[in-house]
Design a protein around this ligand. Structure first.
Ligand code: TYD
Ligand code: MG
Length: 451
């Protein structure tokens, strides 16, 4: 019999090395290697010579696609690209306490209401704790089962007797397989457990949800080791202090990505928010210097959000640059463009930019709005009330058109915004909403005039 062999695995990125090293050659982390026992046998299926025959792609049936099943939660269906797929594996990530278990339990409840057997595997909470949580969410259907177990072999054995339609594993960091000696939560375990769940889902055409805690560095299980394996990756975003939660699809084998779902955390669980602009703008401070409203596009949907900026006198040798909700290097770039083209000095000021409500804006359409907010703060002059601003800014200070301008303006008009500052369009124009005063510029110097 072969001797068990030790390998060393980087707990940040999963890089495998035959001996211990201080710094990971893959991701550069220090002291991240932990010893694990190499699996004593090859991966399942490698040695079996069971022939799976190739099929003609043209003849593949799309029945699975038609079998897309609603989760009973509109905003979650939206993020999933229309619902759950039999055999699909969904990874739900987010910081502890953000509402992952709550959402999963709500889905299980909805599916169980239709009479289907569903199973909630919890390695974190006891059946008693789960019951307490479920009672807050409403009626508990009889076909909703819970299993407080952490060994994956035992879990699959229970599934044999129950044959559930939907299984949730909460969380992947608490589960382990017998075949690896390292502790639950280590890269080796997390990867192996997820691979086994994948195999299980595909073989039995069961939809599975895996919950994964994201650490402060933004990684799942230390590293984002599972993203490539699963079919769909959803992340929960939002500030725990606010009730708003954004569910973002960052990968989806069965539908579009970058579609988001918006929820509000209530006493009775997560409630979908159908018109997010109403929520993100509520409590905004119009008429204050440094506040600008931008209609951003999330997936196919326009959402109005408020961006706030503050440029205050700095007492530090290296002034602070803090960006929350936008990319910090993008902010640095915008500051440089402002200094060069608008003659605004920011080297002696601390600069803070914040997207209100905890949304993260990834699109460059926010450039002009961020710049306007900063300029408004520096000049202590407010942007006229009821104004939306968007546009991409280039290094030479030019303002470029962005996608879906008509959709953005339409949403702004719906919420009663009367003014817009947008990029100048060349060629064919767009349908502008009636009654809105629209000013278009092609260079950032236009901002000075506007304020
Ligand atoms: P939870 O789903 O346990 O988070 P996670 O699984 O991501 O760690 O959510 C926990 C928080 O949600 C907790 O602070 C209580 C709050 N909560 C509500 O506000 N309303 C509810 O109905 C429930 C079940 C939880
Ligand atoms: Mg939880």
């Amino acid at each position: 019999m072969a001797r068990t062999r030790s390998i060393f695995v980087c707990q940040e990125c999963g890089h495998v090395s035959p001996k211990w090293v201080g710094q990971c050659p893959e991701c550069g982390s220090w002291h991240s290697f932990a010893e694990e026992t190499a699996p004593s046998r090859g991966r399942k299926g490698v040695n079996t010579v069971e022939a799976t025959r190739p099929v003609a792609l043209g003849e593949v049936s799309l029945e699975q696609e038609w079998a897309r099943c609603s989760t009973g939660i509109t905003e979650l269906d939206r993020a999933l690209g229309g619902g759950m797929i039999p055999g699909g594996l969904v990874l739900l990530g987010g910081e502890p306490g953000i509402g992952k278990s709550t959402l999963i339990l709500q889905v299980l409840r909805n599916i169980a209401e239709s009479g289907a057997q569903v199973l909630y595997v919890s390695g974190e909470e006891s059946a008693f704790q789960l019951k307490m949580r479920a009672e807050r969410l409403g009626h508990i259907p009889p076909s909703l089962y819970v299993l407080a177990e952490t060994e994956i072999e035992g879990i699959f054995a229970s599934c044999d007797t129950l044959s559930p339609r939907l299984v949730a594993f909460d969380s992947v960091q608490t589960l382990a397989t017998r075949e690896i000696s390292s502790a639950p939560g280590s890269v080796g375990q997390v990867r192996e457990v997820a691979a086994r769940i994948m195999q299980f889902s595909k073989e039995r055409a069961v939809t599975s949800f895996i919950v994964g805690h994201v650490t402060k560095e933004g990684a799942i299980a230390g590293p984002r080791v599972l993203e490539h394996l699963v079919d769909t990756v959803l992340y929960f975003e939002g500030e725990r202090s606010s009730n708003l939660r954004v569910l973002r699809a960052v990968k989806n084998r069965f539908g579009p990505t970058h579609e988001i779902g918006v929820f509000e955390m209530r006493e009775t669980g997560l409630a979908p928010v159908e018109n997010p602009s109403d929520i993100f703008l509520s409590g905004s401070a119009p008429g204050m210097p440094g506040s600008v409203v931008i209609p951003c596009i999330e997936g196919t949907r326009p959402i109005l959000v408020e961006i706030q900026a503050l440029a205050a006198h700095s007492y530090l040798a290296m002034p602070r640059r803090t960006a929350i909700g936008i990319d910090s290097s993008r902010m640095a770039l915008l500051i440089a463009i402002m200094e060069r083209h608008l003659g605004v000095q920011l080297y002696d000021r601390d600069v803070f930019v914040n997207v209100v409500g905890g949304l993260k804006i990834g699109e460059t359409a926010a450039d002009l709005a961020v710049m306007a907010a900063l300029l408004s703060s520096v000049k202590e002059r407010p942007v006229p009330e009821g104004t939306v601003i968007f546009g991409e800014v280039g290094l030479t200070g030019e303002v470029r058109p962005v996608g879906k301008m008509d959709l953005r303006l339409k949403e702004a008009a719906r919420l009663g915004m009367g003014n817009a500052l947008i990029p100048r369009m060349k060629g064919a124009g767009i349908a502008l909403p009636e009654g809105m005063e629209i000013r278009s510029i092609d260079h950032v110097t236009g901002l000075l005039e506007f304020l």
